[in-house]
Design a protein around this ligand. Structure first.
Ligand code: G4P
Length: 257
């Protein structure tokens, strides 16, 4: 199962994974769907289901959609074939997409942890779920692929790359101009300011309104940036998707609203 962030699925996907998996089935999980625009998530599900992978949207934090994963695993083609042993699977994804949250959700409180060998207590363990399903307890961590500058901004906005990858103030400016273009009215509504100004001017207004000031009444742009990014990540700005599937394999950001 590859866990993606529903707000930017293709950007948080590792395109080489399919190659490494060879013939093994891959289930795409669009996690954090509670933070993404529902219409956009529906488009992404259609996009993946029409291509090589089955896909499901979930909210691992609240547990929404977890039953659908079990249903897929129990009924789908991944079920045992001619062997009677358990069907085993693992969770994989880039940092911060919700892999550990999903492992805990799937495992639940009563799941038994089982070593590969009797007496094995260290290292990887298989968690026995229901009806002959076993989950590897340690999710696989893969590096995000930074394909271009836009992808770097999207990954940074989602908190999936190290802080130093993108300058925080530049990220806030990118995010504000993305919202102005694709989600008009959001900045105005959330920060109670007139939004038809340039991003830097908007940051100044936000800073004044929210008291992000240094001594002498100078705007603290770093503090404003941190706040705007945090508001996006936590969903305070609303449900926002950063990219949509395009006509072909390409990804678009236009027309998200
Ligand atoms: P990882 O293993 O892939 O690195 O991700 P992890 O499960 O640690 O989740 C990263 C953050 O995302 C956590 O928040 C987690 O609670 C949150 N999260 C996971 N799934 C969902 C989801 O479906 N919806 C929402 N809204 N959030 C989700 P955190 O702030 O880092 O930690 P915490 O405050 O929850 O402890």
């Amino acid at each position: 199962m590859e866990v993606l962030d529903a707000r930017a699925p293709e950007t948080t996907r590792n395109l080489k994974l399919r190659h490494y998996l060879a013939q093994k089935p891959l289930l795409v999980i669009l996690n954090k769907s509670d933070l993404a625009r529902p219409e956009a998530t529906a488009q992404w599900l259609k996009f993946y289901n029409a291509r090589e992978s089955a896909a499901l949207a979930i909210d691992a934090h609240k547990g929404t959609g977890i039953e659908n994963i079990f249903k897929y695993l129990e009924e789908g083609s991944v079920r045992r074939t001619r062997f009677t042993r358990a069907a085993r699977f693992m969770i994989i994804g880039i940092p911060n997409v919700g892999k550990s949250t999903l492992v805990n959700r799937l495992a639940g409180k009563r799941a038994a942890r089982t070593g590969d060998q009797p007496g094995t207590t260290r290292g990887r363990q298989w968690i026995r779920l229901r009806d002959g399903l076993e989950l590897l307890d340690t999710p696989g961590l893969i590096h995000p692929e930074i394909r271009d500058e836009e992808a770097a901004f999207r990954l940074a906005a989602l908190g999936t790359v190290k802080e130093k990858t993108v300058d925080r103030e530049e990220l806030a400016i990118w995010l504000i101009s993305f919202l102005q273009e694709n989600y008009p009215g959001i900045i105005e509504c959330c920060y109670e300011i007139e939004e038809s100004l340039r991003p830097l001017q908007l940051m100044e207004l936000i800073g004044r309104r929210r008291g992000c000031l240094r001594s002498g009444g100078v705007i603290d742009y770093l503090q404003v940036s941190t706040m705007v990014i945090k508001d996006f990540r936590s969903g305070k700005l609303g449900r926002i998707t950063l990219e949509l599937p395009g006509g072909g394999e390409e990804v678009e950001t236009k027309g998200i609203k």
